[in-house]
Design a protein around this ligand. Structure first.
Ligand SMILES: [Zn+2]
Length: 117
């Protein structure tokens, strides 16, 4: 599987608020991420899955084909991606340098409840 090439990974955050009321990047960084993603494929899949869940739709109903292409390209470039619904939630995949991040150093096992399918 393709890894992030440039020492980056992404943190996934889901906020209940609309984008206009979402946290700033600095505020978000203080929180524990809802998800940690290590490849562009994971980022795109997490964004699509989280957005679908927020809309209450299945993969058959909304595939996010075009969006996935954009998300893959953006996460390969190491960009932070923000999406979501007008009234919330706001869904953010924040690009983080491995060297700046505690979550990589701790290497704590992921609890089974955190892995959603
Ligand atoms: Zn991290």
């Amino acid at each position: 599987m393709a890894q992030h090439s440039n020492g980056l990974h992404h943190h996934g955050y889901v906020e209940r608020s609309a984008l206009t009321h979402a946290l700033s990047a600095a505020e978000r960084r203080m929180l524990d991420p809802d998800e940690v993603m290590h490849s562009p494929d994971e980022v795109a899949a997490w964004l699509a899955g989280t957005l679908r869940a927020a809309m209450g739709l299945t993969e058959d109903e909304v595939a996010f084909t075009d969006e996935t292409e954009i998300w893959l390209a953006e996460s390969r470039r190491g960009e932070t991606i923000v999406t979501g619904l007008n009234d919330g939630p706001t869904i953010t995949a924040e690009a983080v340098y491995d060297s700046n991040c505690e979550c990589e150093r701790q290497l704590k096992p992921v609890s089974p409840t955190k892995k959603r399918r």
